[in-house]
Design a binder for this molecule. Structure first.
Ligand SMILES: [Ca+2]
Length: 317
């Protein structure tokens, strides 16, 4: 395998180009060692070591200046207050009031304020049209918000959603938490035949000792391979689903690229609604998002339709 580091490419952000081949380039090898060491040190510091079978192909460390908007080369916004099919209350904006960089972290802030006819504001960021992936380890280090009616999520949707409407496009919920369950997170997939809230295929993880997720950062991850997805919190696997474990009539749709979403909802059918105990504003703080590809195959990372480069299946973008 030969790897070329493409941080200075015109795409505007770093990535690896992975090509199969037998040529060994010593410089690339040293560079690889340096990168791997960096990853190992970083990962050890975060107490969540991905297996050696994964190669970092995309990340956002949110290292811009305090007060900056999230990197527009990596993130776009869902905007407005449609309830998003869940009777949510917030109006999503692209203002730095609701999404900004602070201390090397992305802060998504839900506020109680009147805005465009809604009583709450927040933000929903996504990589749609910027980057998407088929298979890989997708992880983020996040400190969750807290409170009744508060609903943070780190998740993925199929890029074919315009032509294959949900649930046909497939949804991978890497982490969801509802405020009434401060010590529990959920991992779920939704697809044809296992769609609605109660019908998704999912598992949950409880912090030991009555711990509360909002008290500290934790690393939330999935490892998505052919015909299987596994869910992890801080390196501990707590659930997996395979094509064979779907309910009768369910269709495995996780063979195509998916993009990442990060959002902080206020209210909804599942979490219920804020009450007198709910304190606002609330913050979902994301230290990083990292995507790893399987090391033993060329990364199947897809371009946005506007950036497609046919003939470069190994291109990471
Ligand atoms: Ca960071």
């Amino acid at each position: 395998m030969k790897e070329t580091f493409n941080r200075n490419e015109s795409h505007g952000y770093g990535g690896f180009r992975l090509n199969t081949g037998s040529t060994v380039n010593p410089m690339s090898a040293w560079r690889k060692v340096a990168i791997l060491c960096g990853c190992v040190f970083t990962v050890i510091s975060a107490c969540a070591q991905p297996s050696a079978a994964w190669t970092l192909v995309w990340s956002d460390e949110f290292a811009q200046a305090d007060g900056s908007a999230p990197d527009p080369a990596k993130w776009v916004y869902d905007l407005g207050a449609t309830g998003w099919g869940n009777n949510e209350l917030q109006y999503y904006t692209s203002r730095t009031n609701n999404a900004r960089i602070e201390n090397g972290q992305l802060v998504i802030e839900a506020r109680k304020e009147s805005h465009q006819g809604s009583d709450y504001t927040s933000a929903r960021l996504k990589t749609q049209g910027k980057a998407s992936w088929t298979y890989g380890r997708i992880e983020a280090r996040i400190k969750l918000p807290r409170g009744q009616g508060i609903w943070p999520a780190f998740w993925m949707l199929g890029t074919n959603i315009p032509t294959a409407p949900w649930p046909k496009c497939g949804e991978i919920d890497i982490m969801e938490n509802i405020g009434k369950e401060p010590g529990i997170v959920h991992g779920t997939v939704h697809g044809p035949g296992y769609a609605g809230g109660a019908q998704g295929m999912g598992g949950s993880y409880s912090l030991p000792g009555g711990g509360v997720f909002a008290d500290d950062f934790h690393v939330y991850a999935v490892e998505w391979t052919t015909n299987q997805i596994k869910w992890f919190v801080d390196g501990s696997q707590y659930f997996s689903v395979t094509s064979a474990s779907l309910p009768s009539g369910g269709k495995w749709v996780f063979t195509q690229p998916q993009f990442i979403l990060l959002n902080l909802a206020v209210g909804g059918n599942w979490p219920g609604y804020p009450d007198g105990t709910t304190v606002l504003p609330q913050r979902m703080t994301v230290d990083y998002v990292r995507v790893y590809a399987p090391s033993n195959v060329a990364a199947r990372v897809e371009h946005a339709p506007t950036n497609q480069e046919p003939g470069k299946p190994g291109m990471v973008h």
